[in-house]
Design a protein around this ligand. Structure first.
Ligand SMILES: *[C@@H]1O[C@H](CO)[C@@H](O)[C@H](O)[C@H]1NC(C)=O
Ligand SMILES: *[C@@H]1O[C@H](CO)[C@@H](O)[C@H](O)[C@H]1NC(C)=O
Length: 250
């Protein structure tokens, strides 16, 4: 029921066009759940990293998260508003981000060929063999749109966008058995922004990231010099999206 409320009919109709299957030339390997983007919400990371975010304690906000409350047990970042003490606005933002996560979850599961209506509440127990995988898709979607605010700053203070952690990405790949038979099924990559993409403007992606799991305060990792190639996916309008870094830490 929750899912039906969160998803508009128009969105459901649009869903089929958003994700497309990828094909591999590696005959020895069997691809599974190899769709583009292979990670839920990957195409939105560059946009989210460019946005401004504000920290909020999750305790008073989880009740507004119909979908993600089962995944969010950390202080979150929401799109930044200057009027930081407007509780109504903050709640609206939590609801909107939660809804985006639910939509992404629904689309991604559909594209994987798993019936999302069988998994409307992925954080509840189920006898279905797909439930664990559905839950990992949901977690990645929730971690993307309700990113962790790892620093101890007052509520409303501006924080950086925090990408979903490597562990949740690995867990998604392993639990679901995602296989693309090529480099696209690795969680971490870090391409140099100078890597041969002159006319594409992707500000904000070159900076080192202190990404880690929402509930673990790991040390900041330096961005490694790497020869990884940037990856491409598409946004909902079919426009090219370039990803210099994967979801995980570096
Ligand atoms: C949470 O709500 C309670 C009661 O409405 C309030 O006293 C408290 O300050 C709130 N906590 C945060 C972190 O907003
Ligand atoms: C707080 O946010 C609500 C909803 O967005 C808005 O209607 C209201 O005017 C805001 N209040 C203040 C004091 O800015």
């Amino acid at each position: 029921m929750i899912m039906r409320q969160l998803l508009g009919l128009a969105l459901l109709r649009a869903a089929s066009g958003i994700l497309r299957e990828l094909y591999t030339t590696n005959a020895a390997c069997k691809a599974q759940y190899c769709i583009n983007p292979v990670f839920p919400a990957l195409q939105d990371l560059p946009r989210l990293e460019k946005q401004r975010w504000g920290k909020h304690s999750y305790t008073n906000l989880t009740k507004f998260m119909k979908f993600c409350s089962g995944a969010v047990d950390y202080n979150i970042a929401l799109p930044f508003i200057d009027a930081s003490h407007n509780a109504t606005r903050t709640q609206e933002l939590a609801i909107a981000q939660d809804r985006q996560a639910a939509q992404t979850y629904f689309f991604h599961l559909s594209a994987m060929g798993i019936e999302p209506w069988d998994h409307e509440n992925p954080f509840e127990d189920s006898a279905s063999s797909d439930r664990a995988c559905a839950r990992e898709v949901a977690r990645m979607a929730c971690f993307t749109y309700l990113p962790a605010a790892i620093h101890s700053v007052p509520d409303g203070a501006e924080v950086r966008y925090h990408r979903p952690c490597d562990a949740s990405c690995q867990s998604f790949l392993q639990t679901c058995g995602v296989e693309c038979c090529d480099e696209s099924t690795t969680c971490t990559w870090s391409a140099s922004v100078s890597a041969n993409l002159p006319e594409l403007e992707v500000p904000g992606l070159a900076a080192p990231s202190s990404t880690c799991c929402p509930d673990k305060d790991k040390d900041t990792h330096d961005v490694q010099q790497s020869t990884d190639r940037p990856r491409h996916t598409q946004d909902q309008n079919g426009h090219d999206v370039v990803l210099f870094q994967g979801p995980g830490p570096f």
